[in-house]
Design a protein around this ligand. Structure first.
Ligand code: DX5
Ligand code: ZN
Length: 223
């Protein structure tokens, strides 16, 4: 298992996406936080911006939809050609049906759960998804501290994924930095979103490689 580092452009300079994307070109994927000021109390960008990002990005886009009525909107994001589209279970009437729709369009389908949402209800359906995103902060803003109790859900999901040899990425998002990424990997996460930890670094590419090496160390301790 190899760790992936997906920098979140929520911490980027929104007026200079092209240079910001280039500054993280050794990332595995680029994490794009779509917020609607309804599902979360913050607003970022929508479909036209994501379409344009799709044209300039050096790496596949990992779209994280923090929007309401996602059953209606998610397919539009998949249709941009995005590599991966992750929606919040709390915002969908039928997460399995929505994942099938996203997959049928050709994108990887991810389901995200907020810190207060138990993981148990999703464990039997994991084969329906390509990614499970366990939020390690309340969605909405970068720069928050990781909520430790969410790591129990990462561990539970990893146990299930390994037991059933499922082909699914286990992503964490929020408060991930060089002080905790190795420990979070030891819980079984393999895909790491990092916003402030990457964008604040003096050399972002060095920081991405550093975070990936630490995460790989954590993954190797698991066996
Ligand atoms: C929060 C977003 C995150 C955010 C993470 O709602 O989903 O992707 O950018 O930022 P950091 O890494 O600074 O906690
Ligand atoms: Zn995110």
């Amino acid at each position: 298992m190899n760790a992936r580092i997906n920098p979140s452009i929520l911490s980027a300079d929104f007026a200079n996406f092209q240079t910001e994307f280039e500054s993280i070109s050794n990332a595995d994927l680029i994490h794009v936080d779509v917020m609607d000021n309804h599902f979360v109390p913050n607003l970022t960008f929508g479909l036209p911006m994501v379409l344009r990002m799709q044209q300039i990005t050096p790496k596949p886009l990992d779209i994280h939809l923090m929007i309401s009525n996602v059953d209606q909107w998610a397919s539009g994001y998949a249709e941009t050609g995005a590599y991966s589209v992750t929606f919040h279970a709390e915002a969908s009437e039928n997460p399995v049906a929505l994942a099938r729709k996203i997959r049928s369009i050709g994108a990887r389908a991810g389901v995200a759960i907020k810190p207060g949402t138990p993981v148990d209800g999703f464990l039997d359906d994991l084969h329906e998804f390509d990614q499970l995103l366990v939020m390690t902060v309340e969605p909405g803003f970068g720069g928050q501290a990781l909520i430790e109790t969410t790591l129990d859900k990462v561990r539970a999901a990893r146990r299930k994924i390994d037991a059933e040899k499922l082909d699914i990425w286990l992503q964490v998002d929020g408060g991930i930095d060089e002080s905790n990424i190795e420990r979070v990997a030891e819980h079984g996460a393999d895909t790491f979103v990092a916003g402030s930890a990457v964008f604040k670094a003096s050399d972002r590419q060095v920081q991405i490689d550093h975070l990936r090496a630490l995460a790989n160390q954590g993954l190797s301790h698991r066996h």
